[in-house]
Design a binder for this molecule. Sequence first.
Ligand code: NAD
Length: 463
Amino acid sequence: MPVDESMIHDIVKKVMANMQITAPAAGMHGVFQDMNEAIKASIEAQKVVRNLSLDQREKIISAIRKKTHENAELIANMGVNETGMGNVGDKILKHHLTADKTPGTEDLSTIAWSGDRGLTLVEMGPFGVIGAITPATNPSETVICNSIGMIAGGNTVVFNPHPNAKKTTIFTINMINEASLEAGGPDNVAVTVEVPTMETSSIMMKHPSIHLLVATGGPGVVTAVLSSGKRAIGAGAGNPPALVDATADVRKAAKDIVNGCTFDNNLPCIAEKEVVVVDSVADELMNYMIQENGCYLASREVQDKLISTVITPKGALNRKCVGRDARTLLSMVGVEAGPEVRCIVFEGPKEHPLITTELMMPILGVVRVKSFEEGVETAVWLEHGNRHSAHIHSKNVDNITTYAKAIDTAILVKNGPSYAALGFGGEGYCTFTIASRTGEGLTSAQTFTKRRRCTMSDSLCIR
Ligand code: NAD
């Protein structure tokens, strides 16, 4: 019988993806036992990458895009199996989105002034070796979009991933290096360590050859990079409120909010985490969410059980609940729900623990307010000053403008699901690193470059 090589290749990949990796570095490109060795390899690769033409960088990026499409299903499965969070179908979509809509070298632009005294350019040059810390919630998506943007900018990158997602990250980093090699680029354009820890993170942050740090995660890691004494981009936590006013298309708002909230089991930091709705349309909204969008209305008793299940006595999140689907969460509190249930809803005060906390679970607390003005105040309070993401459903441009100014977030989605902000059902590019705290907003290749002025005195102006 003839041997089908591609079938064998697929089987090997699937086995690799599902086995418990005890020695992950074996045969994996870009994976080292020692963080210093990883950084050394990245420094060597950077010497090559910074001298590649834009066209050559683009070839590497195209190969990464192609491999991401090819491996989307496999990596999505790995991510869910390893972290226990999210759902495979949505993670597949996230990988295709990352491959299609993360900007490459076209994102780099030049500013020029020419006149009587000559020509001056400001160009976007590489930072060099970048240190990146990535979350458990979107592990491979973040590694892929960071790598595309950073390589486009002429950099290489050292990752210290979340320990709970190391297997998925290692697989992704190997894939990125395979893509580079196949496109004629160097190995080690992205590197990591077999066992990422706080210690490897600290070595990376302190290394003298790393001048830019990019942290995607909760408040702890953002504070850590901002305290490093180096230039740092901090993509931190959010608690995005969706505000619904009396002018909204309430039926559509219910659908958009539930779709955004349940996408990948509410893992994206931009996803709707709670709803604030004016009294005059609150019943209608709840009705549409429950009757038409698979929402389960939690009683006071179920809410109390959920509080003690998903939040620990010390106020931290129970990691076993983060990124789980609504039916699983309900089964944890003794409620058997049918397959139609996608989201858990309830009405409560803004101080309710399931409303104030960034849960990253499809649990949607609804706060009823008397007026639009009270709605804005409540939503701003619930966002906790993260200035990350917020959403509004309204047909009144004055209301939208008032809300946008008051909440002052990196992302504001109007009349759509949250993921429209990532280019999924909305215009614009994709990223999984939204630099809310340090103000770069949705990161892309140009975020990972430094500005360099190049001046020719008294010539090259041909006007
Ligand atoms: P997390 O903060 O637990 O971990 C993120 C990363 O930081 C991991 O690699 C972790 O090992 C590391 N880390 C944590 N504390 C650290 C410290 N003190 N020093 C050095 N490294 C440290 O977050 P998570 O559970 O992986 O992800 C969820 C959180 O990340 C949520 O708060 C979410 O909103 C946020 N997030 C933000 C963005 C964004 O673009 N703004 C994207 C994804 C996730």
